[in-house]
Write a protein that binds this ligand. Structure first.
Ligand code: MSP
Length: 509
């Protein structure tokens, strides 16, 4: 069996989840479901990043201990994932023992390899970004080059990880593996950064006096671990790194880390170097998607310009929300959320195209056959629906291997519209009048097509897929058990009873 390991970033628990977090997680869930549909053994990991200054500050502001605060916030992420029908295989919190142990092992092992040293640091520090900046990078401005907030001058002893010696290796790796960083714009970004700058060794500790909420540093009681060095390690700690008989040997290296473009550097520079320095194989791919924007700026907790996924779900349902995010914008590009755009997608793609196809087909089943589907009615059919059904999985796979979610959806929708056209062309109402022998075959083909469509939309809209499956009288048979890439065209058993029921997506004003 082929395996597939994919991850989302671990979200900071300094505030509740918003549409940006939902985006990465929905994309990961759709990919995980598609791979499962194609017969892969999948490990889909998500979780929460719970240490560091941001979280410490946020818990102080709420008057809670960091432990109580992170318990509470981490749960809001789980709750949202449940609402959105996210089927992750594991949810890791960086405060868990299994993770802390792995982080401390990295410390000791890199220290043993003489890749960690202690040094006095003097310079500029951005507290919100938890980042050090050189005089040159700040260009004498005393403002954070990243978030533009005021910098603090600090002087302290810290531990450094000697990453600069791996620069040439990393450049070479990126050169040799064109699909390691995707899309191309992001690959160029990392490449340009590495070509233009000499890497500065990474400061991986923080003095406990300044920041107490972190993984204890095994080399010094006065230090804790820098939150990024801690968090990245989750990708191995969660699958049982160094545990006997764990998933690690089966699933590592990771097939794809899905991230937002805001965290490209830690994932494409620090993380590969950390692993390589540890003699661990590096991930196959890092894919950085774009941002959801509002008024031309990135939606973020600190700016407060966020769209709350719960409100969109309440209004449109979780499947429409999942569909919109993956269909509206090519994965990798920035996008803007608006209720108007959402309503348009809802009415055209969901209510008109998919909803009508389903409703018309099942309405005709009721009218002409009292909802009863005879066995093998479509077996002999040689028509466009059958032919294209065979291609659908491959066409989707070609796009999803490149993380082109919107193109995969376009493939399904062109099939849906083929089916709508088939109804017009075949005009079952005429065949019925003429008492034509062709009618059962036409209706049978439409039911087969709907069944295949339900499988195709399942990764994106699992609830809707199950509804269609059920309307076709197939509730006993889980979608996953049936081969999607080798489509059968005489699936229905004698005695299958369809049910029109309510429309899938009632039109909205
Ligand atoms: N904790 C770090 C990641 C550690 S990974 C080992 C972090 N967390 S975060 O809570 O800030 O979430 C960052 C991720 O959320 C982004 O990479 C992206 O996946 C998603 N998004 C947050 N805001 C976003 C938008 N406005 N638009 C799209 N996605 C963005 O960084």
């Amino acid at each position: 069996v082929k395996k597939f390991y994919l991850t989302t970033p671990l979200y900071y628990v300094n505030a509740k989840p918003h549409i940006g977090h939902a985006y990465t997680t929905i994309a990961a869930d759709a990919l995980a479901r598609f791979k499962r549909l194609m017969g892969y053994k999948v490990f889909f990991l998500t979780g929460t990043d719970e240490h560091g200054q941001k979280v410490q500050k946020a818990s102080e502001a709420e008057g809670l201990s960091p432990k109580d605060f992170t318990d509470k916030l981490s749960q809001t992420f789980r709750d949202l994932w449940q609402k959105l029908n996210i089927e992750y295989d594991d949810f890791i919190r960086t405060t868990e023992v299994r993770h802390v142990k792995a982080v401390q092992y990295f410390w000791k092992e890199l220290n043993r390899k003489k890749l960690i040293y202690r040094k006095k640091y003097e310079g500029w520090y951005c507290t919100p970004c938890e980042a050090f900046w050189t005089e040159r990078e700040t260009a004498g401005e005393k403002k954070c080059p990243q978030c533009k907030r005021a910098l603090e001058k600090i002087s302290e002893e810290n531990y450094f990880f000697a990453i600069s010696q791996f620069q040439d290796w990393l450049i070479e790796h990126i050169r040799k593996h064109p699909q390691f960083i995707m899309p191309e714009t992001r690959r160029n970004e990392t490449f340009a950064f590495l070509e233009k700058n000499k890497l500065v060794d990474l400061c991986i500790s923080r003095p406990r006096a300044r920041l107490a909420w972190g993984v204890d540093c095994p080399l010094s009681p006065d230090h804790v671990t820098y939150v990024w060095f801690d968090a990245l390690i989750n990708y191995v700690s969660a699958c049982g790194f160094r545990e006997p008989r764990s998933k690690f040997s089966e699933f590592w290296p990771c097939d794809v880390h899905l991230i937002g473009k805001d965290i490209l550097r830690p994932h494409t520079v620090y993380w590969p170097i950390m692993l390589h320095a540890m003699d661990i194989e590096i991930p196959q791919r890092v894919f950085a998607h774009g941002w959801w924007m509002q008024d031309k700026t990135k939606m973020s907790k600190s700016l407060g310009n966020i769209v709350n996924p719960l409100e969109v779900i309440k209004e449109f349902g979780e499947d429409a929300f999942r569909y919109f995010l993956l269909r509206e914008v090519p994965f990798g590009k920035d996008g803007t959320y608006s209720d108007v755009a959402m309503t348009t997608r809802f009415n055209t793609d969901l209510a008109n195209d998919l909803g009508n196809l389903c409703h018309r087909t099942l309405h005709m089943m009721e009218k002409y056959f009292e909802c009863k589907l005879a066995a093998n009615t479509a077996a002999k059919a040689e028509n466009v629906l059958k032919k294209e059904a065979q291609m659908l999985a491959q066409n989707m796979e070609r796009h999803l291997d490149l993380l082109q979610f919107n193109d995969a959806l376009i493939q399904i929708w062109s099939y849906i519209n083929e089916a709508n056209k088939f109804i017009e062309d075949q005009a079952p109402w005429k065949l019925a009048k003429e008492n034509s022998e062709k009618l059962p075959e036409v209706m049978g083909s439409l039911c087969e097509a709907l069944r295949v469509i339900a499988q195709g939309v399942w990764p994106f809209m699992p609830g809707t897929a199950l509804k269609i499956w059920k309307k076709l009288g197939l509730d006993a048979r889980p979608i996953l058990n049936d081969s999607f890439d080798k489509v059968k065209w005489n699936y229905f058993k004698e005695g299958t009873v369809t049910e029109k029921g309510d429309p899938l997506f009632p039109r909205r004003k």
